[in-house]
Ligand binder design. Structure first.
Ligand SMILES: NC(=O)c1ccc[n+]([C@@H]2O[C@H](COP(=O)([O-])OP(=O)(O)OC[C@H]3O[C@@H](n4cnc5c(N)ncnc54)[C@H](O)[C@@H]3O)[C@@H](O)[C@H]2O)c1
Ligand SMILES: O=c1ccn([C@@H]2O[C@H](COP(=O)(O)OP(=O)(O)O[C@H]3O[C@H](CO)[C@@H](O)[C@H](O)[C@H]3O)[C@@H](O)[C@H]2O)c(=O)[nH]1
Length: 463
């Protein structure tokens, strides 16, 4: 089956870039990305490509090429659903904040709303593709909703989890390690799988497209994130041991990473992993294991989150301890707020939690991030509900020039590994800081010996 018309519900970090690449690589397929959020859709349609709602290197070029040709962004959800033969669901699936499973389970209300809307609007057979990250067996729930509408439309459900990482989304989409497609192992299911294989086949080699049953595909996504996050927590746990023993975590990571069975990637010790996925997906995995009574499995994976929380706290507490046990009234410069470089996304960023602890200690934080807005930073702190908005505004100042943050500061905390930090005039920064001038490098990006040579007192995670 050759697909001619695709709709994607959800124009976020996944829906936007993924559909832009699918459209660019398949000029013969009309791709419409829809969202309820009018502001987001307007930004996707902005004639100035610098104003796209998501910052990803290379995304402006892809959108610029396909938009208006065969890629469209719209708020007309019903129309796009009706016209499409294949519908990707790419809406958010955050951790539940209420009721049963609060703080652990994935909140599937947006998924269910999409399924009900598709069921209501559809007049011809469709392939529904789960692009969002979902608990294993969600396809069954979607199928139940779709099959009970009484309008004789046939739906095939596929699971096609997305593995892109933010900051490298376009690169990851252009050359994925693999594309995973799960579907029912029936003739109709296999035909639907084949239709989606053809969409990716325009640019992904067939041997890199893995096809499985639905449940393996759904569970593989949670498993991949759990394994990746586990590596970060593993190296972070050892960073603490390095600090007390004189070992250097970067040297340890390099030494073990040379073992081809371990490999070098995802062994960078840090102030803690952030992002919208790792914590949410592991909590979801823990919840699923618990719901099947598999407590040992649940406890095993929960430890990855416990270690990550420990790392963020330990970093902030170490700052306070080093600054003579008080940061009250002291200016602390934050370099970086995003959860990693090359993205404007701040979801679950370690910077938010470090700031929260330091604000409790009455620090005056002045933050600079090349891509994150002040509005976003205040929103992140308010979301924690630790204190009221006016207290957050009093404790945190956001600046557009890094030197404004650094001048007169007692200490600097590096919380995102933006490349530009390396090229700053560190002698000038030192000259304009309070003495002793402390640097807490939570990303191991700065040149420690050079900074020490200037006169800084430098703390680096795991050294
Ligand atoms: N962000 C990532 O790097 C990443 C990578 C892989 C997988 N995922 C998964 O992909 C999914 C989406 O993540 P995201 O980061 O793109 O989320 P997001 O919040 O950036 O985007 C989701 C969009 O869906 C829209 N939406 C919600 N309900 C809707 C409805 N009923 N109709 C129309 N639009 C609706 C929202 O307005 C929002 O714009 C999640 O399940 C996530 O776990 C994310
Ligand atoms: O060695 C490392 C690698 C990563 N991190 C941190 O881990 C977090 C997550 O980084 P990364 O995985 O690169 O970004 P995400 O965009 O969250 O991507 C992850 O989550 C996505 C959403 O599910 C998946 O699609 C991707 O495959 C998976 O890498 C960030 O805070 C990083 O700074 C480290 O601290 N050390």
């Amino acid at each position: 089956m050759k697909i001619k018309n695709i709709c994607c519900i959800g124009a976020g970090y996944v829906g936007g870039p993924t559909m832009a690449v699918i459209a660019q690589k398949n000029p013969g397929i009309k791709v419409t990305v829809v969202d309820l959020n009018e502001k987001r859709i307007a930004a996707w349609n902005d004639s100035n490509l610098d104003n796209l709602p998501i910052y990803e290197p290379g995304l402006d070029k892809v959108v610029g090429e396909a938009r208006g040709r065969n890629l469209f962004f719209s708020t007309e959800v019903d129309k796009a659903i009706d016209e499409a033969e294949m519908i990707f669901i790419s809406v958010n699936t955050p951790t539940k904040t209420y009721g049963v499973g609060k703080g652990m389970a994935a909140d599937l209300k947006y998924i269910e709303l999409c399924a009900r809307q598709i069921a209501r609007v559809s007049t011809n057979d469709k392939i529904i593709v789960e692009k969002s990250t979902l608990p294993v067996r969600t396809a069954q729930a979607i199928k139940n909703i779709l099959d009970n509408t009484g309008n004789d439309v046939n739906f095939q459900i596929l699971s096609n989890p997305e593995f892109l990482a933010e900051g490298t989304a376009v690169e990851d989409l252009m050359a994925p390690d693999r594309v995973l497609i799960g579907g029912e192992q029936t003739p109709e299911g296999l035909e639907a799988i084949d239709a989606l294989v053809n969409v990716y086949g325009s640019w992904v080699a067939r041997e890199n497209i893995i096809t499985t049953n639905l449940w393996s595909s759904e569970l593989s996504k949670l498993t991949a994130n759990a394994f990746l996050a586990q590596r970060v927590s593993s190296i972070n746990s050892l960073s603490e041991l390095c600090e007390v023993t004189g070992a250097d975590v970067n040297e340890v990571a390099n030494a073990i990473g040379k073992d081809s069975r371990i490999g070098p990637k995802f062994l960078k010790a840090s102030v803690g992993f952030g992002g919208s996925c790792f914590q949410k997906d592991i909590l979801n995995l823990v919840y699923i294991a618990k719901s099947y009574g598999l407590d040992a499995v649940a406890d095993y994976w929960e430890q990855v989150i416990i270690m990550n929380d420990h790392q963020k706290h330990r970093f902030a507490k170490n700052m306070v301890k080093t600054l003579y046990n008080t940061v009250s009234g002291k200016k602390i410069a934050f370099l970086g707020w995003a959860f990693k470089k090359d993205t404007n996304d701040t979801r679950e960023s370690a910077a938010i939690y470090v700031a929260d602890i330091l604000l409790d200690e009455q620090a005056n934080i002045v933050a600079y991030d090349p891509k994150v807005t002040a509005e976003q930073m205040y929103g992140d702190l308010d979301y924690l509900q630790t204190r009221d908005s006016s207290s957050n505004e009093k404790g945190l100042t956001v600046v557009k020039n890094p030197y404004e943050a650094l001048n007169d500061a007692h200490a600097i905390a590096v919380l995102t590994e933006w490349d530009e930090f390396k090229g700053y005039d560190w002698q000038k920064i030192y000259d304009n800081m309070q003495k002793p001038a402390f640097v807490f490098d939570g990303r191991s990006v700065l040149d420690k010996p050079a900074l020490e040579q200037i006169g800084f007192q430098v703390y680096v995670i795991g050294q």
